[in-house]
Design a protein around this ligand. Structure first.
Ligand code: 5GP
Length: 123
């Protein structure tokens, strides 16, 4: 796995060097709206620590960081008012998943019927 890049776009957002449309901030996490939403609601939740991807976060983060991050995802869904209607959380890891930003993040999609799971590959 590549080393963490301190200049990735989410690191810059965490340092306040790039603006974001913030939803919530906790001790362990930041949630903000995706710049190119793929659903009526598309929020990203990121840990404040320097983790490249889900594999890195799950392997190296401390229990408090993991718990705090999961609770921030749940809090984001509550604040967005989508717990009853439903939402999908998704994390891309690595090339096959087309992870673009090398700072671990969870996408939270909601606001319409999202269909079932993933689309088959285009031919
Ligand atoms: P990935 O493909 O890495 O799972 O998703 C990266 C996400 O970050 C994409 O949905 C993309 O639209 C979003 N994104 C990239 N740059 C920015 C930015 O500067 N601000 C915000 N809010 N979202 C961004």
């Amino acid at each position: 796995m590549a080393a963490y890049d301190e200049n990735n776009i989410f690191a810059k957002i965490l340092r306040g060097e790039i603006p974001c449309k913030k939803l919530l901030e906790t001790e362990q996490a930041l949630a903000f709206h995706d710049i190119a939403p793929q659903a009526p609601v598309h929020v990203l939740v990121i840990p404040k620590g320097a983790y490249v991807s889900s594999a890195d976060f799950f392997a190296r983060a401390g229990d408090a960081e993991i718990a705090g991050f999961c609770r921030a995802v749940a809090q984001a869904a509550e604040q967005l008012g989508v717990v009853e209607s439903g939402y999908r959380i998704l994390a891309n890891h690595g090339p096959d998943a087309h992870q673009e930003v090398p700072h671990f993040h969870v996408h939270l999609f909601a606001g319409r019927d999202l269909g079932r799971m993933i689309k088959p590959p285009e031919k």
